[in-house]
Design a protein around this ligand. Sequence first.
Ligand SMILES: Cc1cc2nc3c(=O)[nH]c(=O)nc-3n(C[C@H](O)[C@H](O)[C@H](O)COP(=O)(O)OP(=O)(O)OC[C@H]3O[C@@H](n4cnc5c(N)ncnc54)[C@H](O)[C@@H]3O)c2cc1C
Length: 479
Amino acid sequence: MSNILEDNHLKAKYVIIGNSAAGLSCAEGIRSGDKKAKIMILTNEKFDNYSKPLISYFLAGKIDLKNIFFKDHDFYKKHSLTLLKDFNVKKINFRNKEILSWDDKKVIYEKLCIAAGGVPIIPQVELAFLSEKEEPGNNSNDSHIKHGRSGIKSRIISEIDIKNIDGIFTFTTMDDSLKIKKYVTANKIKESVILGGGLIGLKSAESLLSLGIRINIIEMSGRLLPSSFDKTASEIYEKAFRDKKSSVSVNKTIKRVYIKNNKVVAVETGDGKVIYTDMLVIAAGVKPNIDFIDEETEERKNLVFLRGIKTDKYMRTEVRDVFAAGDIVENKNVLKNSIENIAIWPLAVRQGMAAGQNMAGFFKEYSGGFPMNSVEIFDIPGVAIGITNPDNFDKKHLEIITDYNRDLNVYKKIVIFENKIIGVLLIGNIERAGIFSGLITNKVNVGKIKDLLLKDDFGVIQLPAEYKKHLVTGDAVAL
Ligand SMILES: Cc1cc2nc3c(=O)[nH]c(=O)nc-3n(C[C@H](O)[C@H](O)[C@H](O)COP(=O)(O)OP(=O)(O)OC[C@H]3O[C@@H](n4cnc5c(N)ncnc54)[C@H](O)[C@@H]3O)c2cc1C
């Protein structure tokens, strides 16, 4: 893995920003067409690579550092890839094809793939700094805080505060996981508030609970995992949290976080309730990581749209020789025919592969995808695939079939539009998830087998003969 230094800068035919799902898949895609040219991968992290979906398992102690990598060290050697760790991109000069780092390193590319993923959304929460004598909630009506009449210093939280104040964390990187692990161990943490009940909030809850930490999830919408769960699915988990002396508060938000001696001591919800806590995890979602694309430039206007970097079906952006893939891009939801940011691992891999192949001169299309989420809390597994809350579909052609066994915590919901499954929610028993995602992907007409879909013994045997033939030939298994 040598770096070639030319006139005090690094140069490569192909440069990839991002050393994760999309970035490494892009490198493989390039190598499938170009075996020789130099490929340089930039990452602002210090790890060879790691699987983000596993950072919660690392925090829980279920997996160690050695097993969290999804490509081993030989991968870089085998594909002749130059990996530059700790290269934190500050700016891209698209006209000169230069990438600059915060510590003044420069990399020059011929073709670039931006696969820098997502960054946590930091909501507009106020930090109130208490003196030794002051208590959370006292003197904390809004006008006192804003005008400083109570003497309490306050400001809106920033990324720097999250780095500097003890006990506030985000949870999207391996570094976050390591920091939380260190903090909970050193301070014998017993209680944590989690701001956000989406995928990342639930994943962090999952791992903190297994460390014996009580959880208090504060979710702004009316249910957990609002994009994928419905009320019934959410209530199964809400009850499980209550049974373990943890809690979920829906339709609530945090307006203020109290800090004493540079440490979190409590949060205050929008309705004025003070919750004492040792720790706060901010899990309010992720947004495309586009800060290094200079806002003032023409390229930024051409590249970045509402939901991330815009690409065509070959993962090309509007800027010449610049491709993009993964959580940073706008994605086509093929079930809704809409443009969204669908931040999931398998789509990042597929996009990265297509980007790489096209960078190497092929014309490989990426046609879009659909959301898929899975969680497991208190041994209750849950999977949500596709459109599970079909609010904007023509009711005439829509059927929703459900089965709920309250005693066993088993819930199944299948959403069918024009005789095709467009969404599946499985809680408690997720055994058929693979079959259902295949039926969704391949738009299989289930008109004749609708009555069988919820049965416990539903399986491949009941599928339409034509589709079974595809399964055997392998055409229908890819997602
Ligand atoms: C806690 C958690 C659990 C998840 N669980 C699941 C799951 O169960 N299933 C699922 O499908 N998805 C899950 N996801 C989402 C999944 O991890 C992402 O969709 C996937 O990682 C996206 O890959 P990516 O390559 O686009 O970006 P990322 O994985 O975010 O990687 C971005 C890369 O860019 C680099 N980078 C960023 N900024 C810079 C910079 N300025 N300079 C240099 N390098 C930079 C980073 O170092 C990193 O290598 C989870 C995510 C999280 C956070």
